[in-house]
Design a protein around this ligand. Structure first.
Ligand code: PEP
Ligand code: MG
Length: 867
């Protein structure tokens, strides 16, 4: 088996074997771009190493040696000796990009001899010492686990002694002494002398990259992003080029389009006289790429042309690392750029317009989760925020939370339900759990491509990076601006769309949907097989649902109308009524109110279907709890008021009390036992319909919690006989049922005899299929179950395909068979969850119905499911 490939032997379609980085480097060589020469050790070699250990490296090594010989002849330099020593970088590259997760070692091949030779070769003693100390630090840290802080604190001390602020102000002599101290630190921590043999350096570095596939942080990243653990990583060995050879050298990172908003314009940053790590690690804050037009105009033009070319070749936005060595541009890496959701939408739409990709490809590039992110909060434009600092708008959206400096603490506080903003000078891959737990992120150092910025964009979390005018005192737990101080637990708001850092809690508002997003959602609708409807109870909900693109109301929960302040007392009167006359009186008042609601909703939904569900919750939900009533009776009594009404309410509450109300006197059982209640609601619906001669009505009346044919037949008869009271023969409506009990799912065929449509109420169906109380388990033990892997995720969030899903499949099949034109949808919360939507698509449902705010997400999910 061939384990080592020169760049000139690979291509971009060999990612599984060569890793993303290696495959793209190879492709660039193919395209004739200036890539430093090098070779790739394959992911297969990594996997064998992880299985067989060191032994395997013996046999691998012959190939590495010959590859290195080729590298020597290509560069005209020699590995491990002068006069022109060959130095290499060793970089990992998994098949799927895992930013910041794996490690890089630069300047490998240096020892005391080659360092002197390098100094001769480039005519710069200082540079050679600087390269050497960087190498010792990276090798020590990455390969041997010597803590970076130990190196940093020595560096800090040397800087202080010399009275300089920045590393590049240290002279050769200072760097030479630094090297000495680094070497003894290495010895102290590892108990070994630093390997001066470049072959040993290379071998240990390659092994370290292999090993880093299984570090905790790499595993965490893979877990969060659902990346396969069995891919392994490739190792790239690349001849070094130098960005720190003076004012005509430099290094940078650029994107072919803006990764924050998607604008088609070269975007990124660079540092003059620096090596790549300085940019990525956020140690020095770099200059925006546009400045290159001033500093190195030809390089800027060449870079721009290269970016264009790479984009056309890879048909996607590229994230490019480059180095300029004495006026010559080298491309070190290109890969598909991570981007914010906003940028993803704009780039997909514009690339489709440019003819670079087709519509389905464009659609496939925006996930439902990204659409969800676009509906993230923004700072309410009407408020005047107290801006304390401005940093870079690293990841869009706004977040409010309590300041927390420590990632572990961020996790702990988030678990308690607190919103937190993680505040750090900069972040590293070790902080990933904190970034994940936080609502937003603020760093005082680092640019748009710093670790915090990249990770935050991936997670869709608001992030402000490089807010340099705040200082962060980690030890003291303080965030300081020039004249103010904030401590842990204080509220702060970060606006990742503008870079503003704001004191306190600021009101947030939902953004409107951009034209580009609308375009994409229209494409999704075209691609989709199922429609997206919304659950809504008021005319405002209906209006919002329509504006988000809902094609109907799939569930109008009429009980929500009774919860309004002015209606609640009337509803209570109805519940407390002792005689039919008394109840009827209250119902008459309610009817007028319901008519008003229905008129509003029907009007908003002119031309689109509206499913009105009759009363569902147990009646005691409309009464105060008994202890509260006791308290009120005592209070009223001691104030000398008449308590008879309260006592009556209490005795009714007592008689309605249930041990398990979710399975008690609720749903259509109410309508069957108190036909006057459903009668009122049905009349209110028909009243409203009759009063709207100009509206194109598509009204459907839905029964909750039905499980037998007897119930369904009786309810259908009730609706039809009330309809016959109305003069218009044209009063057209449908009658249907929710499927939210296992028995209903199993007996779907006979229910379909009277029901003209089904709607899966998967909240109750999950509760009853699994025997899990929907109101209790989430707070009590669901987390334990998920942690123990019993459920991959709560079945109330993502539909349980194996259990609930099977009931749905049975109901679907039996219902359709009995009534081939029956319309079947879903209106449980799952209707807005992308994975559950995909399942509904595979079943063949007509529509999913979800909260109005989730409609765009569900539309995207429906489109995706059909791709
Ligand atoms: C359901 O049970 O899924 C449903 C939509 O009804 P509700 O949530 O009102 O019980
Ligand atoms: Mg229900």
């Amino acid at each position: 088996i061939k384990y080592v490939y020169d760049f000139s032997e690979g291509s971009s379609d060999m990612k599984a074997l060569l890793g993303g980085k290696g495959a793209n480097l190879a492709q660039m060589v193919k395209e004739g771009l200036a890539v430093p020469p090098g070779f790739t050790v394959t992911t297969e070699a990594c996997l064998r190493y992880l299985e067989e250990g060191r032994e395997f490296v013996q046999s691998l090594w012959i190939d590495v040696e010959t590859a290195l010989e080729r590298l020597e002849s290509q560069t005209g330099r020699t590995f491990g000796s002068g006069p022109e020593p060959l130095l290499v970088s060793v970089r990992s590259g998994a098949p799927i990009s895992m930013p910041g997760m794996m490690d890089t070692i630069l300047n490998l091949g240096l020892n005391d001899d080659t360092r002197s030779a390098l100094a001769e070769m480039v005519g710069d003693d200082r540079f050679a010492w600087d390269s050497y100390r960087r190498f010792i630090q990276m090798f020590g840290n990455v390969v041997k686990g010597v803590p970076s802080e130990r190196f940093e604190s020595i560096l800090e001390e040397v800087r202080r002694n010399k009275g300089v602020a920045l590393d590049h102000q240290l002279d050769a002599e200072a760097l030479a002494s630094l090297v000495k101290r680094y070497l003894s630190l290495y010895e102290e921590v590892t108990g070994e002398t630093f390997p001066s043999d470049p072959w040993i350096q290379l071998r240990e570095a390659v092994e370290a990259v292999f090993d880093s596939w299984n570090t905790a942080r790499a595993k965490t990243y893979r877990k969060i992003h659902g990346i396969d653990d069995s891919m392994g990583t490739a190792v790239n060995v690349v001849a070094m080029v130098y960005g720190n050879l003076g004012g005509d050298s430099g290094t940078g990172v650029c994107f072919s389009r803006n990764p924050a908003d998607g604008e088609k314009k070269l975007y990124g940053e660079f540092l003059v006289n620096a090596q790549g790590e300085d940019v990525v690690a956020g140690i020095r804050t770099p200059q925006p790429i546009g400045e290159l037009t001033r500093v190195m105009p030809e390089i800027f033009e060449e870079l721009k042309a290269t970016a264009d070319r790479l984009e056309r070749r890879f048909k996607d936005m590229q994230d490019i690392e480059f180095t300029v060595e004495r006026g010559k541009l080298y491309i070190l890496q290109t890969r598909t750029g991570k981007r914010s959701a906003e940028a993803a939408v704009r780039i997909a739409v514009e690339m489709e317009k440019e003819g670079l990709i087709d519509r389905n490809e464009a659609l496939g590039r925006i996930s439902p989760e990204q659409v969800e992110r676009l509906l993230h909060s923004q700072i309410d434009p009407n408020c005047v925020p107290d801006v304390i600092s401005r940093g870079l708008p690293a990841s869009p959206g706004a977040a409010v939370g309590r300041i927390v400096f420590d990632p572990d603490e961020a996790v702990a506080m988030a678990e308690k339900g607190e919103s937190v903003v993680l505040v750090r000078p900069e972040t590293t891959p070790d902080d990933i759990h904190g970034l994940y737990a936080a609502k937003g992120i603020l760093t005082s150092r680092g640019g748009m491509t710093s670790h915090a910025a990249v990770v935050a964009r991936g997670l869709g979390k608001p992030c402000v990076s490089g807010a340099e005018d705040v200082s962060i005192d980690l030890e003291g737990g303080r965030l300081l601006t020039e004249d103010r101080e904030f401590v842990k637990g204080d509220f702060i708001t970060v606006d990742g769309s503008t870079g503003r850092v704001i004191a306190g809690e600021v009101p947030l508002s939902l953004p409107s949907i951009s034209d580009e997003l609308n375009t994409v959602l229209d494409w999704a609708d075209e691609a989709a097989d199922l429609q997206v409807w919304a659950n809504g109870d008021t005319p405002e909900d209906a209006k919002r649902a329509r504006s988000f693109g809902a094609k109907g109301i799939g569930l109008c929960r009429t009980e929500h109308m009774f919860m309004a302040e002015d209606r609640f007392p009337v509803m209570q009167r109805m519940v407390v009524a002792e005689s039919l006359e008394e109840r009827q009186e209250a119902l008459d008042d309610l009817r007028a109110m319901q008519v008003e609601d229905f008129v509003g909703i029907f009007r908003e939904m002119d031309g689109l279907p509206v499913i009105v569900r009759l009363l569902d919750p147990p009646l005691h939900e409309f009464l105060p709890k008994i202890p509260e009533l006791d308290k009120r009776i005592v209070e009223a009594d001691s104030a000398g008021y008449d308590t008879s009404k309260l006592r009556k309410m209490k005795s009714r509450a007592e008689s309605l009390r249930e041990v398990n109300p979710m399975l008690g006197f609720r749903g259509c059982r109410l309508g069957i036992v108190y036909p006057e209640i459903y009668g009122m609601q049905i009349r209110a619906i028909f009243d409203a319909m009759s009063s709207l001669p100009d509206v194109n009505l598509k009204v459907e009346i839905m029964m909750p919690l039905v499980q037998t044919k007897g119930e369904m037949a009786l309810l259908r008869e009730m609706v039809d006989s009330i309809a016959s009271e109305y003069p218009q023969a044209s009063l057209s409506y449908l009658v249907g049922t929710m499927i939210e009990l296992p028995r209903a799912a199993l007996r779907a065929a006979e229910l379909a005899e009277d029901a003209e449509f089904f709607s899966f109420g998967t909240n109750d169906l999950t509760q009853t299929c699994l025997g899990l109380s929907r109101d209790d388990v989430e707070s009590k033990f669901m987390k334990e179950y998920v942690d123990k892997g019993i459920f991959p995720i709560s079945p109330f969030h993502v539909l349980d395909r194996d259990g609930v899903g099977e009931l749905m499949a049975i109901a679907f099949e039996r219902g359709r068979k009995a009534r081939p034109d029956i319309s079947i949808g879903i209106c449980g919360e799952h209707g807005g969850d992308p994975k559950s939507v995909a399942f509904c698509h595979s079943l063949g449902l007509n529509y999913v119905s979800c909260s109005p705010f989730r409609v765009p997400v569900a539309r995207m999910a429906a489109g995706w499911a059909a791709l």
